[in-house]
Every structure is written in structure tokens, then in C-alpha cells.
Design a protein around this ligand. Structure first.
Ligand code: ZN
Length: 350
């Protein structure tokens, strides 16, 4: 069956074609027009319409590179359905290297937005009307906040069967099940019956090669499971069932001082495992930081200068933690780049 045309901002993208469109979004106060760049690949055959969004938090840039690599895939010539890629949603935040919009609102707490509300709500409204409401599925790409790294993980509402299938297809070791009402894009899309995944990996304002590779592969895996891409020709490695966490908690700094972190991302910890030490600059007073639960470290601070109460380690709680660490090790190994002597323009990012 031939694909349908895809229309965005009054522009028709015919089946079997691809194009970049600048979706207008007002002006800066410098009079400079603002627009959101959108790339649409419309397959010859009809199928799901999947959007990929990145930098909804303007300082979370791994997803921009994930989308760039994905759009280079030769297999997109045989795409079934439509891929809509939006590498920079929060265009204001990207310019100022900021998570937020200039009105200090968080775009991912502003969905579904309104036409006449504050700037963040207007941007959310435009994104819903021009992108989300025209799609059948979505993947939103995030990283940890500034000075914080996340282990590659999927967050999704696993109470929804189709969403659960996509979350497992993505193939990262850890899936966090959450069903929050928080003004996020994920929640707003769910209201429209659109299954959505949120991919979290790496740190704000940094590229992380393992996170980028795992993201690209995860999206390809999801597109294969939706039959948007043909199955892999390579003998597929055995699919590792992810470990699902239903809750997580932050371990906070017990005191202000200098943190010596002792546990890496992906480590399996038990209640009261020593995670690090916070000390004064002279090492005269030291306070241990202990895990508050059994689980796996899915997020950590990279900044050793901490105030009491600062979030240091994010731990996903698991009932059965035996196999998680091995799964994370295998995963890291699989996605780690090999050293190369003569880099080219598509070499791994170091
Ligand atoms: Zn984010």
C-alpha cells in the first residue's frame, strides 16, 4: 500500500521523499525569526508515524547526535511509514545552553500547552499540534541534568501493553516504569493514545559515545519491532530481557563538602553499601554516604563539590538484583568504541 502524504505547517511531504522544514515559532527580541528544524522521511509504503524528539531540555544534547546518525541510515530508503525527527525542540534553551526557556519554565512540565499562555506553553502547544497529534508513536531523548550522568535507561508506562513491547524492544538493561502526571510530553502523548518511550542516557552539555550508540541502536530496534525497517540480516544476538524497576530514590549528601565517589554508574548496590565519602577540604571530618536501598545506580553526580541535601546517587530499586550488574557490563562492552588510529568524519566521539 502506498504511503500517505505527510503535511506539516501547510507543506506536503510526498510519500517516498524526505525533506527538512523550519517550523516557525515567533521571534527573538532581537527581531531574529525563530524556527524548529524538522526532518521528515516519508516512506514509500504506509505504516506507523514515529517522531523522535531531542533537546526538549535545551542542554541535553546527546539526542541531537543520535538523530543525526539515525538519519544517515541507508535502510531508511526502505522505510515503511514516516519518521519525523526534531533534534532541537527547545530552540531557546539550546541557544543559551539551558534546560529551560527564557521564562524559566521547564518545557517538559508545560505539555500539552496553550495557544495564548506563557512562552513554554505556546511551544508545547505548537509541538503537540504540528507533530505529536499527527503521529502514532514517539521517542523522546534526554540526558541527566548538568553535572549528572545517567546510565542508559528507558522510562515508560509499562501498564500499557504496546508501550511495554516498545520499551523491551529498545533493548537497554534497565527500564523504569513510571506513569506520572507531570505536564511532560510523554503524558500528553499518552492522552492521545500515542505510546511513547523516554530514553535517558549520559550528561547534559556532553556527548557520550556509549549513550549515543545505545540510543541509535535502540531506535532501530523499536523501528524494526514496528516493522518500519526490515529485520536485521545479521544473526541477531540474543535479546537480553531488561530489568524493570517500579521505583527509584536519590541518595543525598549528608553534609556539605568534597565528595569522593566510589561506585560507578551501573553498579549493583545493597542497602548500606558505601557509595562515597563527603569530607571537609582538610580531611578532618568525613561522613560516609550509604545506599538507602537495594538496587542499581542509574544516575550520579559528576561534581565533587556538594552542599548538604544535594542529590548524589540515583538508585533504581529492584526486588531481584542478582543479574543486573552482569547485564550492564555486557551492554557497556557491546556499545563501547574500539580505539582507532586514523579517525574519519564518522569516527566515534571521544
Ligand atoms: Zn531531560
Amino acid at each position: 500500500m502506498a504511503s500517505d502524504n505527510f503535511e506539516i505547517n501547510g507543506i506536503i511531504v510526498k510519500s517516498g521523499t524526505r525533506t527538512t522544514i523550519d517550523l516557525p515559532f515567533g521571534r527573538m527580541y532581537t527581531h531574529t525569526p525563530m524556527s524548529i528544524p524538522v526532518h521528515i522521511v516519508n516512506g514509500k509504503k504506509s505504516g506507523p508515524r514515529l517522531f523522535l524528539s531531542a533537546a526538549i531540555h535545551g542542554d541535553e544534547i546527546n539526542g541531537i547526535e543520535i538523530i543525526r546518525r539515525l538519519l544517515k541510515l541507508p535502510a531508511l530508503k526502505r522505510l515503511r511509514g514516516t519518521l519525523i525527527a526534531i533534534p532541537m525542540v527547545n530552540i531557546h534553551g539550546i541557544i543559551s545552553h539551558s534546560r529551560y526557556l527564557p521564562d524559566r519554565r521547564d518545557l517538559n512540565r508545560s505539555f500539552p500547552g496553550t495557544e495564548k499562555g506563557p512562552l513554554a506553553l505556546r511551544l508545547a502547544n505548537l509541538f503537540m499540534k504540528e507533530i505529536v497529534e499527527k503521529c502514532t508513536h514517539g521517542i523522546d531523548l534526554h540526558t541527566g541534568a548538568i553535572h549528572r550522568s545517567n546510565l542508559p535507561q528507558i522510562r515508560a508506562n509499562l501498564d500499557d501493553k504496546e508501550t511495554e513491547e516498545l520499551a523491551i524492544a529498545f533493548d537497554v538493561p534497565v527500564v523504569i516504569s513510571s506513569n506520572t502526571r507531570d505536564g511532560s510530553l510523554r503524558e500528553a502523548a499518552a492522552e492521545f493514545g500515542i505510546p511513547m518511550l523516554l530514553y535517558e542516557a549520559g550528561e547534559a552539555l556532553r556527548f557520550d559515545e556509549v549513550s549515543i550508540r545505545a540510543g541509535v541502536q535502540g531506535i532501530i530496534n523499536v523501528m524494526r519491532s514496528l516493522e518500519m525497517l526490515p529485520p536485521s540480516k545479521r544473526q541477531s544476538k540474543k535479546h537480553i530481557e531488561p530489568v524493570v524497576a517500579r521505583s527509584s530514590s536519590w541518595v543525598r549528601a549528608p553534609d556539605s563538602g568534597i565528595l569522593r565517589a566510589m561506585i560507578p554508574l551501573g553498579a549493583r548496590v545493597k542497602k548500606n553499601t558505601l557509595l562515597g565519602v563527603v569530607a571537609d577540604p582538610f580531611g578532618e571530618k568525613e561522613v560516609n554516604v550509604m545506599s538507602t536501598c537495594n538496587g542499581i545506580v542509574i544516575g550520579r553526580t559528576n561534581l565533587p563539590l556538594v552542599n548538604e541535601g544535594d542529590a548524589l546517587y540515583h538508585i533504581a530499586r529492584f526486588e531481584d538484583i542478582q543479574e543486573v550488574e552482569a547485564k550492564v557490563d555486557d551492554f557497556q562492552e557491546e556499545h563501547s568504541p574500539e580505539e582507532i588510529a586514523f579517525p574519519d568524519t564518522e569516527s566515534p566521539i571521544i
